[in-house]
Design a protein around this ligand. Sequence first.
Ligand code: 5GP
Ligand code: ZN
Length: 133
Amino acid sequence: MCIFCEIANGNIPANIVYEDDQVLAFLDVAPTSYGHTLVVPKQHTESFLDCNPALLHHVMDVAQQLSNKLMNNLNCDGINVLTNVKEAAGQTIPHFHVHLIPRYEDSAKENVKFQFGEIDKIDVEQLVSNIIR
Ligand code: 5GP
Ligand code: ZN
């Protein structure tokens, strides 16, 4: 059983901040910022790609509600809401989860590094037709 299934089943402890019959949210064990939270469907599903749409919508509803709580109650200055899909994108736990990463102007409260560099010139028309085909 995967580690997030173990948490959802109560076999491994977690610091839970939200729970209903389908979704659980708990603090990340290795937080990259103060309040780093994971929103997880209780049912095992590998990633964003294969989560059934109704459950996905519910996960995102909870993610939005919790994001507003983090903004209001932790006084963060922003939040990164993200999900990693597959190892190549940094997914280490193969059970769908959404990261809520509060961001702070106060650098003592976070240790986050995202870098969006730019790739070399591409054929945009070709790219669009590849994506939509
Ligand atoms: P991923 O890299 O798959 O997008 O994110 C997995 C996240 O789960 C990481 O941020 C990692 O710190 C967190 N994590 C891994 N194992 C545990 C655990 O046992 N408990 C909790 N609360 N978080 C975990
Ligand atoms: Zn699982």
